[in-house]
Write a protein that binds this ligand. Sequence first.
Ligand SMILES: [Zn+2]
Length: 59
Amino acid sequence: MDEQPAGCATCGTTADPEDPGALVAWVRGVEDGRVVWTCPACSRRFLRSIEGKLDSQWW
Ligand SMILES: [Zn+2]
């Protein structure tokens, strides 16, 4: 079962099983055929760094 985050692939934090609403914010991705989960904090940081790179390349 890969439908529940086992832990953040970036920082290793685990989702709070007593807070199902928090799971919605987790980002599900696939790396090398494996399902990886990223916690809300890391996904925000990740997105921001991608946007930063895009911006610097684009402009
Ligand atoms: Zn994380």
